[in-house]
Each structure stands twice: as C-alpha cells, then as structure tokens.
Design a protein around this ligand. Structure first.
Ligand code: SF4
Length: 206
C-alpha cells in the first residue's frame, strides 16, 4: 500500500512538473521573441524600416534561389500578398533590394538584396547583444538549444500545416554526390555545399 502511494505521488509530481516546465518554456519563448522583436524594431528604425521590412530583408539573406520570389516571402511571413507586394516596392525604392526577371519564366521575378540590403542585414541580424550572450554558451548548450528549438518549430509548423522552410540536409529530396556536391531530386539541379545551408520553400522533412 505504501509503495502504491509512493508511485502515485511520483506520477502526480512528474505530471505537475511537466506542466510547469511547459509553462516556463512558453513564457521564456514569449519573452525572448518579444525582446527580439523590440531589438529588430530599433535596428530597423535607425534606417527608417518597419519590422516587416526587416523580416523580409533577413529572409532574403538566408533563402536559396528557388525561394527568393514574392510568393515565397508571402508564405514564409504568412502575410497577405498585398502587404508583401507593397513592402517589396518600398524596399526596392529605398535601395535595399532589386528584382531580377527569371530567365526561364518571364512572369516570375527573383528578389535580390543590394549591397545596402546585405550590409544592413549583416549589421543588424542577429543584433550584437544577442551575439555576445550566445558567445557565453558552451557548444553543448548551443547544440541542445538548437535541437530543442528545431523540434518545437517543426512540430508547431506541422500542426499549423505550414511549410517548413528548412535546409537541404533535413530534406527528403537532398542527395549527396561523391564530389562533395549535392543534388536536388525535386528541381533536378546540382547544389553547392553553400547552397545546401540556405532555407528553401520546397523543403520537405525527411
Ligand atoms: S533538396 Fe530540398 S531543401 Fe534542398 S533545394 Fe531541393 S527541395 Fe529545397
């Protein structure tokens, strides 16, 4: 009887602890995302940019050549086509990006950061305080954090039936070739090792 009581207490405690842990995790993530948003707002304001404009520039700095279209930006940010289209016009006017027609499809354009756009992103994202705090984490802490956040992000995207926008190494279409290059089985093109580090609209988790 005593043993049963002890086991029951253990179960109740572990469930309570799990719930508490989840609440704490949620609070941490909420506060972190708010801090990141505030900082992005500040950095953007220095250049007269709105938060959504900063997000678009950041996205374009890390996406691959199959994902630098207005439609991909719309899907990534989960904004309306109208909002994205207006924002892209402003960014182009301010000289942070330019549009290049697709050589194979005249109706399609690719969005490329200008030198000013690249400079802004490299200086503003991730912001300097974040970088110095991260530098104090050990490699193991960073790895654990990355794995945990990756899991949370992908599961939440899945639950929302949203595209994952992951990188090639976790994509089912990625094929490693012998000469240290890669092949995308979806688009039928070779990819350089650098390209496989970029996020992709067509990504499908393994
Ligand atoms: S392998 Fe996957 S992530 Fe990489 S380019 Fe192809 S579809 Fe995109």
């Amino acid at each position: 009887m005593l043993l049963q009581m002890k086991n029951l207490v253990k179960i109740v405690f572990s469930q309570y602890y799990n719930v508490m842990n989840t609440n704490i995790l949620y609070t941490y993530l909420e506060r972190l995302s708010e801090l990141l948003r505030v900082e992005a707002r500040k950095k953007g304001a220095e250049q007269g940019l709105q938060p959504i404009q900063v997000e678009i520039l950041h996205y374009l700095s890390q996406c691959n050549r199959f994902s630098d279209t207005p439609m991909a930006v719309t899907e990534y940010l989960r904004q309306t086509k109208g909002t994205v289209s207006q924002t892209l016009k402003v960014l182009e006017k301010k000289g942070f990006l330019h549009k290049r027609p697709d050589p194979n499809d005249k109706r399609s354009v690719h969005l490329k950061l200008t030198t000013a756009g690249q400079k802004f992103v490299s200086e503003a994202v991730p912001f300097s305080v974040f970088q110095s705090v991260c530098a104090d984490l050990s490699s193991a802490q960073k790895q654990n954090l990355e794995q945990g956040l990756h899991f949370l992000l992908f599961e939440l995207l899945k639950a929302n039936q949203a595209q994952t926008f992951g990188v090639c190494k976790s994509c089912r279409y990625n094929q490693k070739l012998p000469n240290s290059t890669f092949f995308c089985q979806l688009v039928g093109e070779e990819l350089s090792p650098q390209e496989t580090q970029l996020i992709c609209r067509e990504h499908v988790p393994v």
